[in-house]
Each structure stands twice: as C-alpha cells, then as structure tokens.
Design a protein around this ligand. Structure first.
Ligand SMILES: [Zn+2]
Length: 539
C-alpha cells in the first residue's frame, strides 16, 4: 500500500515536470481538447489557500529576516549592556500585556508584539532559589548579576550563609556585573520604579544576608542605602533613579511630599552622596520630582541621584496622582541612556519595572499589565537609542506570578473582561459565558491572594490591603471588570498573592544575544552579559 502510494506520487511529479517542459515548447493545437489539470498529490503540494494566507506569507518573510540576523560570539563585543527586569513578569503576564497593548491601539490584541518580542532571540529561564522551588526577588536578582544562584532573601552572598547572619555574610560576598563594569572604567546606572534599595535594584550593588536591611543593619554590617552611597567599585554608580527616599533620610527629616525618613542613625545619606561626589571636579546632581527630572542638563551632569518617592514610585496609571510629580520608567530609561552614553568605554545598566510584581500581589491585573506595557515602552526607548552592533539588551523577569488566562474567550475579547464564548456554550443569551454556578467569570484570575474587590476607577492597587480577604467565587455580574479598580477573583485565600514557580522568558538583541536561546538557569544570564560585555577583562 505504502509503495503504491509512493510510486503514484513519483509518477505524478514526473508528469508535472514533463507537462511544464512541453508547455514551454508548444501551445495546444487549435481544436485539441483542453489540457486536464494535473491531479494534486496529497502531502507534496501546498494548496492555494495556504500560499495565499497572510499567516503563511508572514511566516515566510520572518524566515527571510531571521536568516539575516548577525551572530556575534566575540568576547567583549558589547560595549554596552542593558538588563531589563520586569519584576514578576511571567509568561502569562507578557501574553496578557501584549493583548492589552494591542487592544489599547484598537486591535484585537492577540497578534500584537511588545517591543522586546521583536528581538531576534528568546529563551526560557529556570528561576528557583537554592532553597525554594518558587523564588523571591533577592535570590533571583543575585543569580542574574553574579552568576551564582543563592537562597531566597539574601543579596550577593552565597547559599552557605544563613539568612540574617551578618558575620557569615562578610565571608562569602559575590561580585556583581555592575561592580565589574565600574572596575573597567565603564559607566553604570540603575533605574527602578520600586525603592532603589528594594531587592532587585539592590542586587546590583549591595551585599547583605537580609534584603530587609534597607535603612538599618546590625552592628558590623551596613544597610543597603549606605552601601549604595559608599560603593567602592570604580567611582560608584553614575546614574541612580527610583523610589525609596525614606531609606536615605533620618527619621527627623520630612521630605517634600510630607513623608518622614526611616533612618534611626541620624545620617542624611542624600547629603553624604552630595558630599562624596561634589568634589569640585565632578558635577553631581540630586533630584526628587518631575521638574528636577525635566531640568537635567545631560552635558554638565556627571553623577545623578533621583529619588522620586518616599517608598515605591507610583504605578504607571497612578502617576498623575503623585504629589510632587515623577517621571515614567520609559522617561527615566531614555535619560539614563543619554547620561551613560557619554562614557566612550561604554556602560552597564539595570532597569527594573518593579511594580508589575506589586500589582499582582494586590490581585490587580490592571496595574500589573499597565506597568508591563510601560516596561515594553521603556525597552523600545532603549532599542531606539542604542545599536545592535555594540549594545546587548537583555529583557527578562525574576519570577512569575499565579495569574492565569483561562476559559475560551472569543478572539479580541477584552483581556480584562468577562469571558464571552464564540457560541456562548448553548446559553440562551449570546454574550457573557456562565460557569456551572450560573455566574460570569473573567478571563484573568489568580490561583491565590486577597481575591475580588472593586474600587471603581482608583488606580492605586495597594487599596486592596485595607480590606479583608474575599477569596473564592463572587457574583461579578454588575462589575465592570475592565476598570482600574477591579481586583480579580482568587481561589486560595492569602494576604498577598504569591510568585509562581514556572520558567520565565528572556528576550535579547545585540552581541551574544543568541547565547540566551534554550532553557537555562537564571545564573547563566550573568555569564552572557559578562562574556559579551567583556566584564571580566582579560581573565
Ligand atoms: Zn514579589
């Protein structure tokens, strides 16, 4: 049977070839019977429907451009390295943010591409800590910037150190990519919408056995804010922008937005930073609001410290409510690149979208996704203002969250909306699908957390912590689930929604970006940055 099929196929192919040859040589004689169409050979010929499909054409075009992507394996080929971390930006968050971004532009959304999804290489990253299946941000950030996985809760000390063990931590420090870059005379920058002393940004410069030591530490150890100001590598960090003013100010000091400092040692670290860098040679500038940001003179600014909020900066959609005004992640990214690009030796920069994570913890997909869309915008700014020839851009997440995209919503259904099936599953009114309990449900839900709540048009997801847990099914028939203040249902009741343990994505462009293909440990990211960025010099 098989043989017969095969020989029929070959005969048909031969027939096609002969027919093609004879067509070239002679037209059918007048009055001769019209030529019969050749029989189609199943499995050997693409149908017209296939070849004329836009999906097919787009795929063929993608092959053509993918073949042309330059592969650069050379050590040190990347003069500049930018690491973007979407805190908590798991795969489901990326998918939902993509759909939301497309829908905000009037498209159905599923086909949209976020900036970094247009990068030529992508892979998967295993995020677990050495002592936790589902990780925390301190251990994961340490892995990315040192090449060594470690425990949850510790920054830049290895896994043998017990959490909170000051003396032990001093014996087992890990050097970071930022420190290596400083040592090579490169410029360095950190930008985050979280407190700049929070786990992910702190991992670029601080070594502590407890991530909570942001403004105070036991005798013998230094708190994270102090370590930022005193960083010994090179000439210290050149560009710092984020939240977390309170860790730099004494408790007796009230800041411009009416918040008091947290330091009990009486030290004003903002003054200490100015004293260190305004030495008559360098021009160091401290800013703390939008007008200060708008007034940055790039040419004359050698060092920049921007602390725009007492604690974390605002969610992107909540930024208009800020007292003193603060820049967006994409604005900060653009300004940081301008400042760092002045150094002909190049730069290392870490940019964190810190509050995707916080939106999820509060059970607000709206806040998490709109911050993720802003992060994609920041990556676009970096792609537009650097060259793939000499700049490695890596975009990843430290860990995922338990947000899921579920049900069978019809194509183009609002990603924050209630599920509307194509066929409404036999229910009388075509439209919102009903679950077996007779109630509607949203496409996005959480496996755990505080659960459903609705704060109207409020754009501050942290409202949720003021009210009790309400896990499980709720009647959301009357709720506008697409509004800013809507918090999704959650199954398991917890005071804060948790991280998730599945792999996260990594996307990359520039020298060495292809090395991030495949499934790798999170610590591998450091090795690619160090190799392509030449961060270990001749060693
Ligand atoms: Zn978190």
């Amino acid at each position: 049977m098989q043989l017969n099929k095969l020989s029929a196929a070959f005969a048909a192919l031969l027939g096609l070839t002969l027919a093609a040859c004879s067509d070239n040589n002679s037209a059918p004689a007048p009055g001769a019977p019209a030529p019969q169409p050749e029989p189609e050979v199943p499995g050997l010929v693409l149908s017209d429907a296939q070849r004329n499909s836009d999906w097919y054409k787009n795929g063929a075009a993608a092959i053509a451009s993918a073949r042309d992507v330059a592969i650069n394996n050379d050590r040190g080929a990347a003069r500049n390295v930018i690491l973007f971390v979407g805190d908590g930006m798991g795969i489901s968050t990326v998918t939902a943010a993509r759909i939301l971004a497309g829908q905000l532009q009037g498209q159905s959304g599923e086909e949209y591409q976020l900036s970094f999804e247009k990068m030529p290489f992508a892979g998967l990253i295993k995020t677990y800590n050495t002592n936790q299946q589902t990780p925390d941000s301190a251990g994961t950030a340490t892995a990315m910037v040192t090449g060594v996985k470690t425990k949850a809760g510790v920054l830049n000390v290895d896994e043998t150190v017990a959490r909170g063990d000051c003396a032990g931590s001093l014996q087992r420090p890990l050097t970071t990519a930022l420190e290596l870059a400083e040592g090579l005379g490169k410029s360095t920058g950190i930008v985050s919408t979280a407190r700049i002393t929070h786990a992910t940004p702190a991992a670029t410069y601080a070594k502590v056995p407890e991530r909570g030591w942001e403004y105070a530490a036991p005798e013998g150890c230094k708190d994270i804010a102090t370590q930022l100001v005193e960083l010994a590598a090179g000439d210290g960090i050149d560009v710092v922008m984020g939240g977390g003013r309170r860790s730099f100010l004494p408790a007796e000091v009230t800041d411009l937005e009416g918040k008091t400092g947290r330091r009990t040692d009486g030290v004003n670290l903002i003054d200490a930073w100015k004293a260190r860098y305004n030495d008559g040679v360098t021009n160091a500038r401290y800013i703390e609001d939008q007008s200060g940001f708008d007034g940055i003179e790039v040419a004359s600014t050698d060092k920049l410290l921007g602390l725009f909020e007492s604690s974390h900066m605002r969610y992107e959609e909540d930024r208009d409510n800020d007292v003193a005004g603060e820049p967006s992640l994409s604005q900060m990214t653009g300004k940081a690149i301008e400042l760092l690009s002045k150094n002909e030796n190049g730069y290392f920069m870490m940019v964190e979208s810190g509050r995707i994570d916080h939106g999820h913890h509060a059970g607000s997909a709206y806040s998490a996704l709109t911050d993720a869309v802003e992060m994609a915008k920041a990556v676009q700014v970096a792609m537009d203002n650097t060259s793939a020839e000499d700049t490695l851009i890596v975009v990843t997440a430290d860990h995922s969250h338990v947000m899921t995209i579920a049900g069978y919503p019809t194509r183009g259904n609002p990603i924050l909306g209630k599920v509307v099936n194509n066929d409404s599953r036999g229910q009388p009114e075509a439209g919102v699908a009903l679950a077996a309990d007779g109630l509607p449900y949203t496409t996005i839900t959480y496996a755990n957390g505080l659960g459903h709540a609705h704060y109207g048009a409020s754009t501050d997801a942290d409202d949720r912590y003021e009210d009790p847990i309400s896990a499980g099914r709720q009647d959301i028939s009357a709720s506008d689930t697409e509004s800013a203040g809507y918090h999704q249902e959650a199954l398991v009741p917890l005071g804060s929604e948790t991280h998730a343990g599945e792999d996260v994505g990594v996307w990359a462009r520039g020298p060495g970006s292809h090395l991030l293909s495949g499934t790798n440990e999170q610590s591998f990211i450091f090795h690619v940055m160090a190799h392509s960025g030449g961060l270990m010099g001749e060693n």
